[in-house]
Design a protein around this ligand. Structure first.
Ligand SMILES: Nc1ncnc2c1ncn2[C@@H]1O[C@H](COP(=O)(O)OP(=O)(O)OP(=O)(O)O)[C@@H](O)[C@H]1O
Length: 226
């Protein structure tokens, strides 16, 4: 499944009511790769987490395909996220005492029994493709690059059509970061997944189809539907 993104007059507020981010009009085609850049505190993570269905206080429109996340309640948003979104965080959030496969198949805990086998197979396939150490070795002994690739396999294991990444190369050295960029963008392109990544990394941003600037709580580049 592929999903287009349609944002219109979006406003995201903090629980206390403070407006964190506004966006006029923004469209991304299914399978597009989009970079989000801007100064610290501009609202990049706020927007990314809204795209993931992790922001409860929104008005306007934020639709993936036919589903407008603004109109869903917390449970429905969580359901959408589990089914369609793969999230790659900056600090990996891995379980140290588990193997790469153990981490990459965490989604099986929340998935219906019928979907578990497919999650295990996809996780194993992506781990092997990304050359992550296999076997029972736990991730606490992995390098930064191996940890980040494990996090990518976990994000992709349930075959989401949307990949959202927050500074995926931030804690990696240049060579490891460049490999990661190639892997992440390669996976997105071959599987026609929409990839949206917050990053300060010019190498990563240069590889994306488009880069959107966020400053002072506002999405700067506004693109109309094609
Ligand atoms: N739940 C919240 N309540 C109040 N303020 C918040 C909340 N979440 C984020 N903010 C504020 O919103 C602003 C934008 O934060 P955000 O994390 O989106 O910035 P960012 O562009 O990702 O920055 P960085 O590059 O430093 O990670 C910041 O001033 C932050 O303190």
């Amino acid at each position: 499944m592929t999903l287009s993104l349609h944002v219109e007059d979006l406003s995201i507020t903090a629980p206390g009511g403070r407006v964190l981010l506004t966006a006029g009009r923004f469209f991304a085609a299914p399978g597009e790769t989009v970079g989000l850049r801007g100064p610290s505190g501009a609202g990049k993570s706020t927007f990314l987490y809204a795209l993931a269905g992790l922001q409860p206080h929104m008005s306007g429109r934020l639709s993936w395909g036919e589903t407008d996340l603004v109109r869903l309640n917390d449970g429905a948003r969580a359901g959408f996220r589990r089914q369609h979104v793969g999230l790659v965080f900056q600090d990996f959030l891995l379980f140290e005492e588990l193997s790469a496969l153990g981490n990459a198949t965490l989604a099986t805990a929340f998935a219906p029994p019928a979907a578990r086998r497919s999650i295990r197979e996809t996780a194993a396939e992506v781990l092997s493709r990304l050359k992550v150490p296999s076997g029972r070795r736990t991730v606490d002994s992995f390098s930064g690059g191996e940890r980040q690739r494990t996090a990518i396999a976990r994000a992709l294991a349930h075959r989401p059509s949307i990949i959202l990444a927050d500074e995926p190369t931030a804690s990696l050295d240049r060579d490891t970061a460049d490999l990661l960029i190639t892997d992440l963008i390669g996976l997105a392109r071959t599987e026609k997944k929409t990839l949206i990544a917050v990053s300060h990394d010019r190498h990563l941003l240069d590889c994306m189809d488009r880069v959107i600037d966020i400053a002072d709580g506002r999405l700067k580049t506004e693109v109309s539907p094609a």
